[in-house]
Structures are given as structure tokens and as C-alpha cells.
Design a protein around this ligand. Sequence first.
Ligand SMILES: *Cc1c(COP(=O)(O)O)cnc(C)c1O
Length: 463
Amino acid sequence: MSREMTTTADDRATALFGNRFLTEAAPSTHFPDSGMTPLDSLRLVAEDLAMEGDPQRNLATFVTTWMEPEAQRIIAENLHRNFIDHAEYPISAEIEQRCVRMLADLFNAPGETTGCRTQGSSEAIMLGALSLKWKWRERRTAAGKSLDQPNLVFGGDVHVVWEKFCRYFDVEPRIVPLAENKYTIGPDDVRPHLDENTIGVVGVLGTTFTGHMDDIRGINDLLVALKADGGLDIPMHVDGASGGFVWPFLYPDSAWDFRLEQVRSINVSGHKYGLVYPGIGWLVFREKSDLAEDLVFYENYLGKTDATFTLNFSTGASMVLAQYYMFVRLGREGYTYVMRQMQQNAKALADNLRASGRFEVIGDDQEQLPLVAFRLKADHDVSYDESDVAWQLSAERGWMVPAYTLPPDAQDVKILRALVKETMSREQVDRLTQDIEDACQTLDQKGGAAQVEREQVKQGSGY
Ligand SMILES: *Cc1c(COP(=O)(O)O)cnc(C)c1O
């Protein structure tokens, strides 16, 4: 599709008054023959994006949608810095290590530890779980035992990344099913699945489904007892993608971290409640010896020896710097303030929903992420369901509140989930309450599409 290179009156008018993509389709299938001005490309991309959801109304995502201007400046001013160039940018590398030490402190590590930045919790989980696998291999090799069938034990309440790990890295997933009315797991669920080939047990701190924690203390006690009498020493990894920045501030006395003996590694997403834009995550080990030595690469790059254990190589330094900015900007006091503010507004939303008489709220009497998980009461009008409420709310007001069924064997339970973030003021909580009521009234009149088995709006979205 080459354009003629003659300048017509039309072209002159376009250059003066508009741009050619006002009347032409956006390039999408072939590498463009010719280019356009910076302003035209800016408009083209911006106009495309205008059709997306408004992040401020996205109550589905755990990921940060707002940072203050000074933080944005740190990010914008460092976009050209490649984090992996430790030789050229040693200060960025040092700042990463400061963050790791601060997290180890926050998670009550007993002494010197190690860890790294990652692209998000997914990369941190791949690395943490690989370390579990390699450490298991070391133990098995030393004992002269077979390396054939490693397994990993976790509940149906985990994020999909755990099944991904098992498939990508050839580990048998032993998934404990949930049940109606039981959306997390504990020691009794785990026990029957453990054997000498178990590389580890995963405990979730703040599930994506209802925001609760597995019984991490109970599972730890079980593993400690096993170690004491059977000699099986099975480590635990805590997936604190969301909860890792919530529990230390809202529930500081609730032990889930390195205070528990068998918790050997923890991942957390900096871009969730760490309050940084995507993508940044963290992996922290209890002790240096919990990182399998085989995962570490010592390389001579640009004249300096560097030890790394990451799946990616080049990446921006901005989000590491932004994370450090947030740690020093807020400190424990500031993070506690922000988490409490979210929690109070989540509680206000939960109270409003209960008062409406239409909904029941799930587990807000327990330690939970600052969110509201709710469902229509059992005696509700059966002509519509939670997916219809989500759809109607989005159609009428643009709120993105996902509706989804829980994992097996709780798949008959459908819930709605609203995250109440820093930017959600009490005023907006009340507006959302009213908008949910209005959506329900519309549905009372016209019914929903519930009977026409529709694709779920978002299946247990963990992002
Ligand atoms: C979000 C989430 C993940 C994946 O984390 P990313 O940072 O998006 O890669 C894993 N586990 C849990 C519990 C999560 O909430």
C-alpha cells in the first residue's frame, strides 16, 4: 500500500488542519511504508486508548493506578536507565539492595538475607519455586535418591501462575480443592499430599478470590512437626503478591512471614499494595542458603563480575527507584495510614451493601485485603445474577467490578469483588453504593441475561 509521493491540495490541507488518520484506518497489519509526525503518532495512539476503561473506575485490578507527581517524575526521568547494567549504574543496583534489606526487615528475617527485584510476582514466583526445586534436588542427590517426580502442594485459591510454574518446569501440581464455604486451605488439607518428593508448600497471603490468607501458621506448625519426627524437611513459600504490603501494616501481630520457621521465601508485588506502577515485584529469601546456588550466574559483563538470578535481562530502573521513593516517602507510618484508609472505606462499602438488604459480604470479619467480596443474598430475584450486576454497573456508570465463580470445588459460588484503593474516597464509596442500587433496580425491572449462560466477565482475575 504505497502512497503516491505527490503533494495534492488535500495533503496540504491535511497537514495544516488535521492528520491523515482522521480519514484512514490505523496501521495494524503491515509494517508502515511511511511515517508521520510525532504529534500525529501521539494522537493516533491516544485516540485508540481513549476507548479503554478508565483506570480510576477499575475496581477489578490490584495493580497501582495512581502515583503522586513527584513519583511520576522519578519514573519519567529514569526511563533511559537499563537496570541490569550494574557496571554503569551501580547506584540503581545499590538501591535495589536497599529495598531488599528493607523488605527482609519488614518480613522479620532473622539475619542476613538475599533477594532481588523482578518484573512482578510472577517472575518472583518462578524463581522462588525453581529454588525450591533445586534445593530438593540437592537433598535428593545427597541422599542418593531419585529425582523423577517432584511435586508442589498448594490450594485451589492460588493465582494461575503456580500452575504455570508446574507446567513450564515439570513439577506435579498437587492442588487441594476448595469447598463451598471454604475458600482457603490449612494443615489438614495439606497433610495427605506431602511426601519425600514434595519440593514445598505454598501459602497464599491475600487470595485474589476473596482476599483472605491460607492458614499459614497452621501449615508451618505441621511442617515443623513433620521435620521433628519424620525427618522430612519441607519448606514453605508464601505468595504475598498482594498481602505482603498489607499484613505488616494492618495486622502487624499476625505472624505469616519469617517469624515462622518453615517459611523460606516470600514474593510480593511492588506494583500492587507496594503502591508503584507496573511492573515491579520482589523475591526475598529467609537466609542466603535458601537460594539454590545453581540459580546464580556469575558473569563478567562490561568488565565487572556480577551475580544475578533473574529470568529477564534488560529492564528499566524506573520502578526500582520508584519503589525506593515510596519506602522512604511513606515509611511504616505512611503505609499504615494508607492501608487503614483503604480498609475503613472498604468497611464503609461493606456496611452499605449489607444495609441495602440485597447482598451478603464474604468474610469481612477476618483478616483480609482492603476489598469487598460480596454476592446476592440467597433469596434474591432469580431473574439475574452477579454477572448481570457487574455488566449493568459497567454499562450504566463505567465501574469495573468483576463477577466470577470460585475455583473447584466451590465453582457454584459466584461473587463480585470491589477493590477499595487509595484513590477511592468516601464520596466515591457512597456513589458506587448508589450506582449498584440503581443497577439492581434496572435489573429488577428488565431481568438479566443470567439464564443465557454468559462467559464470565473476568474469571478470578488476579491482576
Ligand atoms: C497478582 C498475583 C500474582 C501475580 O503477580 P504479578 O505481580 O501480577 O505478576 C500472584 N499471586 C497472587 C496471590 C496475586 O495476587
